[in-house]
Write a protein that binds this ligand. Structure first.
Ligand code: PXL
Length: 278
């Protein structure tokens, strides 16, 4: 089997089942060599906790990248998530340019907003820096809120296919390449992922559970990146990632003390089943 190497750049939220603590095990389970750059270290993620610590690690990044360049360490894919500062975002563009193997897939999950709002600590300047980074990616994985922040398009809670098509056209117009738009739901019972590639616009629709869970965007993006490196196309990788994310939410539903993340670990055998289908 082809053995691929991916670099993921995102924060370490020490507690909370998101970002790096989710990406590393999921990508490893997918059978890809996973290399990390932590963008920041927090005691917890910023959603629903107060008083968390935050240490920005951007100062350390250029030396890490320079060392790898000297050692000839490079990547088949680079996948970024929560970065935490504009400085860090700009460094990622340099890393894209210096550490990519030929045909390296640059995957950017903007990881900055949800439900119509930017995450704690982010502002318009952060959103524009993230938009610049997304323009340098091969595949972007925004939710509807993030897509709206990047384009200035009006955010709506309820929308139809016409709205989603128009939003995708806006992303296209500002220079995004392949787009995987997550959390696209036209009714109460279903939700899904819209995938826009050279093949056109496709929609993978699945059941919608009546619970919102933290960290599911990171579970989805990690499984998507792993599945892509295992040879799935974008729609296939979106299907694997969406099915796995749904299973993780089901795994966690009903446990009110576990709203900060999803129990993704015990669903890993299911991820592998999905990955090995076809
Ligand atoms: O799951 C996205 C994420 C990652 N990292 C940190 C976050 C969040 C979302 O709130 O706060 C630190």
């Amino acid at each position: 089997m082809d053995y691929k190497r991916i670099l993921t750049i995102q924060d370490i939220s020490c507690f909370g089942q998101c970002s790096m603590t989710v990406a590393l095990p999921i990508l490893s389970a997918c059978g890809v060599e996973t290399v990390i750059i932590p963008s920041a270290v927090l005691s917890t993620h910023t959603g629903g906790f107060t008083g968390f610590t935050f240490r920005d690690l951007s100062e350390d990044i250029p030396a890490i990248a320079a060392h790898w360049k000297k050692e000839g360490i490079d990547f088949d894919a680079i996948y970024t998530g929560y970065l935490g500062s504009e400085k860090m975002i700009d460094m990622v563009t340099d890393i894209f340019n210096t550490l990519s193997r030929p045909n390296c897939k640059k995957i950017v999950d903007p990881a900055m907003a949800d439900n119509g709002m930017l995450y704690y600590g982010f502002d318009e300047a952060y959103a524009s820096a993230m938009t610049r980074l997304c323009k340098n990616a091969d595949i972007v994985l925004p939710n509807i809120t993030e897509a709206c922040f990047m384009t200035g398009f009006e955010y709506k809670e309820k929308y139809d296919e016409g709205y989603v098509k128009a939003l995708l056209s806006e992303l296209d117009a500002i220079g995004m390449k392949d787009i995987v738009l997550t959390g696209v739901s036209y009714d109460e019972k279903t939700t899904g992922v819209v995938v826009k590639t050279e093949r056109g616009i496709e929609y993978y629709c699945h059941r919608r559970l009546p619970v919102g869970s933290h960290g599911t965007g990171d579970v989805f993006a990690s499984a998507f990146s792993g599945a892509l490196l295992r040879g799935k196309n974008e729609l296939g990788a979106a299907r694997v990632a969406a099915n796995y994310t749904l299973r993780c939410i089901e795994n966690t539903a009903g446990d009110e003390s576990h709203r900060y993340g999803v129990k993704f670990e015990t669903a890993i055998p299911y991820l592998l089943e999905e990955l090995n289908k076809e």
